[in-house]
Design a protein around this ligand. Structure first.
Ligand code: UFG
Length: 339
């Protein structure tokens, strides 16, 4: 039987590339659309090294309707789409709101239009726990209320979810999974693919690994006077390979749906870690000392949030297999392996 084709926008990016590997592992044929504005083309060779298969790649901006149509024309048998392509830096989005809305919202709108005209009815959308804002209770389920966005980035995720809900309502049989990611960390065990932040990292773990490598002088812990066990913020850090596998499960769940559907799923481990716990675990598993200091709070930080992932477990038959220790080992192995 021919392999099912899945179009992966942003397939050379951090979560996208790991998902391409898992799609191959599960017997799908991923087709990558990526314009490499936030990713590197050599990642494609690495994907081939890991999987022994070469994905088809189109260097296209997925908000370019004609180019997208050409891809769908060439592959009339695309079964579904996983839409990663988007900007994702909260701070940058504060300075560039138009750029964020234009890229993140417009590309989704174009994609939906093209999918409709080619009768492709399965879509996995990259959302974020940012939709919950600062929740009343730190552990969130999918029915925890969505809050007003505090950044244009967050707004594009909320608007994206709304657009998808409305589009499913208006459609005959569109099936959508909204995957709300918590904090992805780690890298593929092979250390051939991983996160590649451009410039100074905003996120904790790449900042840690770059400090350990000597690229950054010192990590600053953003605040230690929060009302948590050690005063630092709590997040749910999930290994990127576990996260990638959830996309494969989401695709197979969509395949089983007879009627139109738009469902959200939390993708986290269900366990929170403080910033200091992450630093200590990183030092312990990698047997090194990290240069860090305590600094002031970072504006806009959520104090504490972690996932209740039980819906993803029950409905998608998915759960995490890697620990935070594994993820921090793999992040460091990857950092040392980056050319
Ligand atoms: N942190 C530091 N020092 C750093 C970087 C981060 O102490 O140099 C702390 C932050 O203050 C926070 C924790 O580490 O307490 C995690 O910060 P990240 O920037 O890694 O992640 P965030 O949870 O702030 O942001 C992530 C995604 C966003 C998404 C958000 C949703 O990067 O895309 O989760 O809550 F919007």
């Amino acid at each position: 039987m021919a392999k099912r084709k899945i179009l992966v926008t942003g397939g050379a990016g951090y979560i996208g590339s790991h998902t391409v590997v898992e799609l191959f592992n599960a017997g799908y044929e991923p087709i990558i659309v990526d314009d490499f504005r936030n990713s590197q083309s050599w990642i494609i060779d690495r994907l081939a090294q890991i999987t022994g298969e070469s994905p088809k790649v189109y260097q296209i901006d997925c908000s370019d309707e004609n180019s997208m149509k050409a891809v769908f024309n060439e592959h009339s048998d695309i079964f579904g789409v996983i839409h990663f392509a988007a900007y994702k830096a909260v701070g940058e989005s504060m300075n560039e709101p138009v750029m964020y809305y234009q890229n993140n919202v417009n590309s989704l709108a174009v994609l939906l239009k093209v999918m409709k005209s080619f009768k492709v009815n399965h879509l996995v959308f990259s959302s974020s726990c940012t939709v919950y804002g600062e929740p009343k209770h730190p552990i969130v389920t999918e029915s925890t209320p969505i809050q007003n966005a505090t950044s244009p980035y967050g707004a594009t995720k909320i608007v994206g979810e709304q657009l998808l809900n409305f589009t499913v309502n208006a459609s005959a049989n569109l099936k959508v999974a909204l995957l709300r990611y918590f904090n992805p960390i780690g890298a593929h065990e092979s250390a051939l693919i991983g996160e590649l932040p451009q410039g100074v990292p905003n996120n904790l773990v790449p900042y840690i690994t770059q400090t350990a490598k000597g690229i950054r002088e010192m990590l600053t812990v953003h605040g230690s006077d929060y009302e948590t066990s050690d005063g630092t913020c709590i997040r749910d850090y999930i290994h990127v390979v576990d996260l990638a596998k959830a996309h494969v499960n989401a695709i197979s769940w969509l395949l089983q749906q007879e009627n139109k559907v738009c469902e959200a799923f939390n993708l986290g481990t269900g366990k929170g870690s403080t910033v200091l716990e992450i630093i200590n675990t990183f030092e312990e598993v990698n047997d090194l000392k990290l240069n860090y200091k305590i600094g002031p709070r970072r504006e806009g930080d959520v104090v504490q949030i972690w996932a209740d992932p039980s819906k993803a477990k029950e409905v998608l038959n998915w759960q995490c297999n890697y620990s935070v220790k594994d993820a921090l080992l793999h992040s460091w192995k990857w950092e040392q392996n980056i050319k």
